[in-house]
Design a protein around this ligand. Sequence first.
Ligand SMILES: [Zn+2]
Length: 385
Amino acid sequence: MVGMRLGLGDKILYKEPRSACFRHTAMVPKTTVDDETREFLKALPKCEHHVHLEGTLSPELLFQLVEKNNVKLPSDFPEDAVELHKRYLQFTGLDDFLEFYYIGMSALVTKEDFESLAYNYFVRAHEDNVHNAEVFFDPQAHTERGIDLETVVEGFTAGRRRAEETLGITTKLIMCLLKHLPVASSVKTVHDAHHHVQMGRIHGIGLDSSEKNNNPLKYKDVFDTARRLNWDIKYTAHAGEEGPSHYVKEALDHLEVDRVDHGVTSANDPALLERLAKTRTLLTVCPLSNLKLRVINDISELPIPKLLEAGVPFSINGDDPAYFGGYCLDNYLVVHEHFNLDRATWCSIAEAGIRGSWVTKTRMDELLDHLEKVRDIYIPSYIAS
Ligand SMILES: [Zn+2]
């Protein structure tokens, strides 16, 4: 693909504040976007809605935690961070990635591990001018290996609070249920999470993991269970990543989700696009993830023009940035590189992300004001219609 080069030589070390516990690294794609446009894209106030905290675990941190926590990795696992970075460049698809993803998270054991992982992601996101981050975690991937839900949620909550206090960003925690496990496991997890939701530590329910042969309709009981508990939360689901566009419809019709994660295959169905536009249902699009997991062969295959033309709101996100070679801004840059969108269009994308966020009216107004200031600086002739 044009201008995109991934390689070990491109590794950039992220310099983190003294209070953070771990070094945060990522394989960052080089970009051909000019400096002025890069500055504009960086300045846009961003809302990230699709990041798995476990997917921000870099190979370097993984090996540090494996040593600290005395975790045993499979015998055929890459032996160091350099080898693991190389393997991450060769994912054959979603399920191949997920195998590494679940092994990786086995390195997370203590509350402090979860807190640091979350906090370090928020620090990194803040560097890209992410002002509101609504992040996923996979409780079952931890409880299935004997880590208490309490440890996980308390750790992530401590990381969120520290980030909100020190960085001034807003954050939400979304509990994702795993599609590759029996539905009964997800129903149990919903019940187990009850007091965390009541304490305001969990703000949404999501659905992730393998999509092949996993129609969202299968999980209706899980979402109905959560709804019967009368929680004041939001709902989302991964759908239409590798799966067909009708999975997006199933998620809307049967899970009654407030937004759809990925949803890119919706572009194959004009009636569905019309519905998403009419109901202002946000798609959380993840360009580098789609590329690395071979949902697309090139970023130019992303349906960005179709979504814009149909008026479907979408945000641009990192998904599992430590695995896919780029954080939020890197995804903005790669989209710009291939679609060369004008500044007004970029502002409209940022606005859709703000309006699709699960924030208070006051916070939304703050973020919209911030966007207005960026518009005034970078598009002096802009007149709101
Ligand atoms: Zn995801």
